[in-house]
Design a protein around this ligand. Structure first.
Ligand code: ATP
Ligand code: MG
Length: 342
């Protein structure tokens, strides 16, 4: 079975769990914009059904979903060029997820590091949704027959599981119906780390606001967070090898490289030998110059809630032209009696 029989199509999503941050921007949003510029169909999603796998205040969730939509557009996603959707408005995601719950095996889910990290020591008290999350993610992707999924490093394991689900489905039913999706994990910042702890990734759900740069932070907040970012006492190295065992230094250099669209080698050739006291203000200026226009545009769009809601409604309509036939064919393959045509 080869994937080449599937038309290339890009899908990716972000959870509207608040606090959209620099890691989401560099690892995901910025990549999404790059893909949009190529000659390939792109579908981007606010995955609200994933967000509720942990508690979300209902009013906050509505606001975060609209804010995320504003974030996509402010970062450069054009809702005419790409299909921009809110997951719960396209019911085929959840419908296919149920089918995949019956394809995926318990053992596969138990191995997921995100499940182990997020459920922590209290697995018995975690939601069933948090455990089943990767099957819904597989459905998000495969309900479009998407072939390429740009994501940050942390999602690699979920994409491998998506392939496993596609392979098992195709094998069990003797079809070549779902593609074996390719993860696309590219750039200098596929795993932006917390500014307070170089061993933890920057996350929306980190309780410490100082750990991340939010896309809604103003220039002062960005500069302050970078100034206070954890570092070591050494000067910056001139070669990449000099960043080994220096996770905090490596993180700041990676962020600089990704924001300035340079390689890490190029950045170190410029800043090698400098102290953090010199490098941090330069990084802060760069971050402000790249992020301030996005946060200003987000704030402007948030004043136009009706416009955002219309964009999402239109996106859902376009999406369903793809997802409804794929779900119908899936049901047919697995032996569901089709409803009468309307
Ligand atoms: P949460 O903590 O609620 O899981 P999150 O910050 O991990 O939030 P997600 O919505 O789960 O954000 O992920 C959206 C996209 O952003 C995914 O493609 C993910 O790989 C990417 N991403 C998340 N955090 C980082 C990071 N620190 N560096 C690079 N990419 C990231
Ligand atoms: Mg996450």
């Amino acid at each position: 079975m080869s994937e080449t029989s599937f038309t290339p199509r890009v899908f990716s999503g972000i959870q509207p769990s608040g606090n959209l941050h620099l890691g989401n921007y560099l690892g995901a949003l910025k990549r999404f914009v790059d893909w949009q510029a190529k000659d390939i169909e792109t579908i981007y999603c606010m995955v609200d059904l994933h967000a509720i796998t942990v508690w979300q205040d209902p009013a906050d969730l509505k606001k975060s979903t609209r804010e995320l939509c504003a974030g996509f557009i402010a970062a450069g996603i054009d809702p005419e060029e790409s299909i921009l959707i809110n997951q719960s408005q396209v019911p085929e995601h959840a419908q296919l997820a149920w089918v995949f719950n019956c394809v995926a095996r318990m053992g596969w889910m138990q191995r997921m590091t995100q499940w182990k990290d997020k459920a922590g020591k209290n697995q018995q008290n975690a939601s069933l949704g948090l455990f089943a999350y990767p099957a819904l993610m597989a459905a998000d992707i495969l309900v479009y027959h998407a072939t390429h999924v740009p994501v940050g490093e942390d999602q690699k394991q979920h994409l491998e599981l998506t392939r496993d689900i596609a392979i098992k489905f195709n094998h069990d039913y003797g079809v070549n119906f779902f593609p074996e999706t390719e993860p696309v994990i590219e750039g200098a910042a596929t795993r932006v780390m917390s500014l307070r702890d170089g061993s933890k990734k920057m996350s929306k759900s980190d309780p410490s606001d100082a750990s991340r740069i939010n896309l809604t932070d103003d220039a002062d907040a960005i500069a302050k967070k970078i100034r206070k970012a954890k570092t070591d006492p050494e000067a910056l190295p001139s070669e990449v090898e000099g960043l080994e065992d220096r996770p905090e230094a490596r993180n700041l250099v990676n962020i600089y490289a990704a924001l300035n669209e340079q390689t890490v080698e190029q950045v170190l050739a410029d800043v090698g030998g400098r102290q953090f006291s010199e490098f941090k203000p330069v990084l802060a200026d760069l971050a402000v110059s790249k992020l301030a226009p996005i946060s200003t545009e987000m704030a402007r769009l948030m004043q136009q809630q009706d416009e955002i809601d219309k964009i999402l409604a239109r996106g859902a309509e376009r999406a369903r032209a793809i997802t409804a036939p794929i779900l119908r064919q899936t049901y047919d393959i697995i032996g569901m009696v089709p409803p009468p045509a309307v």
